[in-house]
Write a protein that binds this ligand. Structure first.
Ligand SMILES: [Zn+2]
Length: 564
């Protein structure tokens, strides 16, 4: 940093001394606050970009010192590095799939099914996920009769939110051989109507129907994934981590997609999620070895990140592993989601093989056990710059855990937005102290622990995380543990440079500094000068990847000019 700033100072003096030799650039952005996301929170007024990288930064003088092919005047708007969502879940879906998470009536659900039928060849299966009777105006579950009226000739199977039940239409039930005289399948339950006939709802084990759905073609999944990744630019996200990619998906979906992308995509890091629970330590290590690469493999656009294992569940289950009992059931503590001995054998070997470890731990006991295990592994086999971390960190662990994390440099990929969007669950499940410190930010930072921000797609919008980190507000407006709040500049830094560091990309992206890739966003208002409540209304006007425009709100979509 020092060397770079001395260099740019010298360069600026030289340029000022002989103004006929102006520096060439592809693009100059000026005329508004440019938040650097550097540790010193430096704000510039202008920057120059050449060959995809930021080449100089400074004040308005820079505009006269640089000869640029294109100039963008911010006119007071705000520029910053693109957001880096360091823990997200982006999946490509089959064409037959319908997202039902925002459906508010059975009529709307039927309309979605009808629309999907029109897009597909005759008689195709239709699947979907995310309905909940709690959100439906009718306040009841949909039945096969509801689905039959929309889809008399296509088999339909729609999973409820949470994934513990689903509803099938008559066609799907018939294909599965299910009738009113059928017995419950093993591990599953067929709900019935008053007359004893099947309602279409199947609880728990639903493979009797779901196994009939044909697999989607990888090309179909890739096309949908590309669309979803490209859509992140409108939210200002230029780097994203998929937090549980299987080795198979990396090979058949992610790698071919990034090798042949027809449209601009964000920089992606995939955390590899081996099947430790079913395959055991040997099998999981073999799965990783078959990849032929460890953390850091890949290229500047698609990179292999940490290995990811689920140490516990979450509060949507609820299955977070906690020291104290839950508020609504003081005898319930959740549990580990994996055999801890198997986990330690696996983790030590992955660590020695050079993997970064980034484990899912939500309850404080899951975090504590994970940290103790990382400590033992790092003590036995010290490694500089390992950047092992805990994904989540919803319930603040005890002080010794925080101290160990600081000492062993174990980081946190935090979701500040959970305080906002999961408020209802926390109020039900968390005792007072855990509620006040839910998804703590200031306490771990004060302890010297490295942190990156992310969304876990609940929702994926970075504005929610920044807003919640600054206000500690739940969706109701109630405030939780205001001592965990941080200021906007730090929240933005954790949502940009924070993720870059956690993914070993801090020399490439995450700051507005000379030498960094020009992954930049322009926001319609100055985030550092807003009332916190207005953060949620800020809009991304433009998004750049490597200096190329990939989203322009004025044109309502990505420009076609981008080429990687
Ligand atoms: Zn996740």
């Amino acid at each position: 940093m020092k060397v770079a700033s001395i260099f740019s100072l010298v360069a600026a003096l030289l340029i000022a001394g002989c103004s006929q030799h102006r520096q060439n650039a592809d693009l100059v952005i000026h005329g508004g606050p440019i938040f650097s996301a550097q540790a010193n929170n430096k704000i510039y007024q202008a920057m120059a970009i050449k060959d995809g990288k930021i080449v100089s930064v400074g004040d308005e003088q820079l505009v006269r010192q640089v000869k640029a092919r294109q100039t963008i005047d911010l006119k007071g708007r705000f520029a910053m590095p693109g957001f880096n969502d360091a823990h997200s879940h982006i999946r490509g879906r089959a064409k037959r799939y319908i997202d039902l998470s925002e459906v508010t009536s059975i009529a709307e659900l039927q309309a979605r099914v009808s629309n999907k039928i029109a897009e597909l060849p005759a008689g195709e299966w239709i699947t979907g996920y995310g309905w909940s009777e709690d959100r439906l105006a009718e306040k009841r579950k949909p039945t096969r009769i509801d689905l039959d009226s929309a889809a008399p000739d296509n088999p339909v199977f729609l999973d409820r939110e949470g994934g513990h039940s689903g509803v099938a239409n008559t066609k799907a039930l018939t294909l599965a051989g299910l009738t009113s005289s059928s017995q419950d399948p093993e591990g599953g339950q067929l709900e019935r109507m008053a007359d004893g006939s099947l309602s279409g709802i199947i609880r728990e084990n639903r493979t009797i129907v779901s196994s009939l759905v044909p697999d989607a073609e990888p090309a179909e999944i890739r096309a949908d994934l590309a669309k979803r990744l490209n859509a992140l630019f409108s939210l200002g996200i230029t780097s994203v981590t998929d937090a549980s990619t299987s080795v198979d998906d990396y090979r058949s979906i992610w790698r071919p997609l990034y090798a042949n992308a027809a449209q601009p995509l964000p920089r992606a890091t995939v955390q590899i999620n081996p099947d430790l629970v079913h395959r055991g330590p040997q099998g999981a290590i073999a799965e990783l070895a078959a990849l032929g690469a460890v953390t850091g493999g890949g290229n500047e656009f698609l990179r292999i990140g940490a290995v990811k294992v689920f140490v516990d569940g979450g509060f949507t289950g609820p299955a977070a592993w906690t020291t104290k009992g839950y508020r609504n059931d003081s005898d319930y503590h959740g549990a580990a989601a994996v055999d801890l001995q198997a986990l330690e054998i696996f983790s030590a070997r992955a660590h020695i093989a050079g993997w970064q470890l980034g484990y899912h731990a939500i309850g404080d006991l899951a975090i504590k056990r994970t940290v103790e295990m990382f400590d033992r592994i790092l003590t036995a086999n010290p490694r500089d710059n390992h950047r092992h971390h805990v994904n989540h960190f919803s319930v603040l662990p005890d002080d010794p855990s925080l101290k160990t994390m600081a000492r062993q440099q174990i980081g946190i990929i935090q979701q500040p937005n959970f305080t906002f969007s999961l408020e209802g669950r926390y109020r039900t499940y968390l005792p007072d102290d855990a509620l006040a410190h839910n998804n703590a930010v200031a306490t771990p930072l004060r302890n010297g622990i490295k942190m990156a921000f992310s969304s876990d797609i609940i929702p994926i919008d970075p504005r929610v995380g920044v807003y919640a980190a600054v206000t500690r507000a739940g969706i109701s407006g109630a405030i939780y543990g205001p001592d965990e709040a941080i200021d906007v500049a730090l929240a933005l830094r954790l949502y940009t440079a924070g993720g870059a560091w956690m993914n070993f990309r801090e020399k490439e992206v995450g700051e507005i500094s000379p030498g960094m890739a020009a992954d930049i966003i322009i926001i319609d208002r100055n985030l550092l000068a807003l009332a916190p409540k207005d953060i949620l209304d800020a809009k991304v006007d433009m998004t750049f990847i490597g200096g190329k425009i990939v989203f322009d709100r004025a044109k309502q979509g990505p420009s076609g000019s981008y080429r990687r």
